[in-house]
Design a protein around this ligand. Structure first.
Ligand code: TYD
Length: 206
């Protein structure tokens, strides 16, 4: 038996990183061996790729180059971090994964989904999450939360229309996408959001 992979997805300021921390504490207390990780930047090479992608120092980055950099980050992350952890029967909690690429580079930047599909699977080495928690929040509210942060990246500075596309993309994915995806309304208190998430996690890991 292998471990399992839970991914956290959502637009800017949806609170997914905070909730990932809560889930890690919760599952650790239940006795599960948990590993927390994130994309982009979950490996040494990944940190360098993350800086290329997010610092804004290399603009303009073509949408195709951007896609391939995210996929390079993922390929390394899967081989070096995620696969070994799954083999060790860990519960891997990953902040963003393939769905982020589908939504940001596909839906929002406009790269054709059919063209991307095999690349996504190739980079992820066919790893598919067991559960995806998709945190949904109104774009204005999310961006307002972001302003309180120290680090503002290249995507945070994108237009309002871009962030709307990201939200619509995620909502469409939750509606038509695979059953592993759970839509979590994130415009509630941190504790209330966690209560909703806990119910979903308990189904997978009783
Ligand atoms: P990060 O600082 O990790 O932001 P967040 O807290 O919103 O996750 O920045 C990651 C950014 O990279 C985020 O704006 C989404 C974007 N991204 C993509 O465009 N494609 C991808 O495949 C991934 C993993 C992230």
């Amino acid at each position: 038996m292998e471990g399992c992979l839970i991914t956290f997805e959502g637009g800017e300021g949806s609170g997914k990183s905070t909730q990932l921390g809560h889930v890690a504490d919760y599952l650790s207390k239940k006795g599960y061996p948990v590993m927390q990780t994130a994309e982009p930047g979950g490996t040494e090479i990944g940190k360098a790729i993350r800086a290329l992608l997010l610092s804004g120092r290399h603009d303009p980055i073509s949408p195709k180059a951007e896609l391939l950099l995210y996929l390079a980050d993922r390929a390394q992350h899967i081989e070096q971090v995620v696969r070994p952890a799954l083999k060790n029967r860990k519960v891997v909690l990953c902040d963003r994964f393939t769905d982020s690429t589908l939504i940001y580079q596909g839906y929002a930047r406009g790269i054709d989904f059919a063209e991307m599909k095999s690349l996504l699977s190739f980079a992820a080495d066919a790893v598919v999450p067991d559960l995806t928690l998709l945190l949904d929040i109104d774009v204005e509210k999310g961006l307002l939360r972001l302003k309180k942060r120290a680090e503002i990246n290249r995507f945070d500075r994108e237009s309002h229309a871009f962030h709307q596309k990201v939200r619509q993309g995620y909502l469409a994915l939750a509606k038509q996408g695979p059953s592993r995806i759970r839509l979590i309304p994130a415009d509630q208190t941190e504790a209330a959001v966690f209560e909703t998430i806990k119910k979903e996690v308990d189904v997978l890991l009783p």
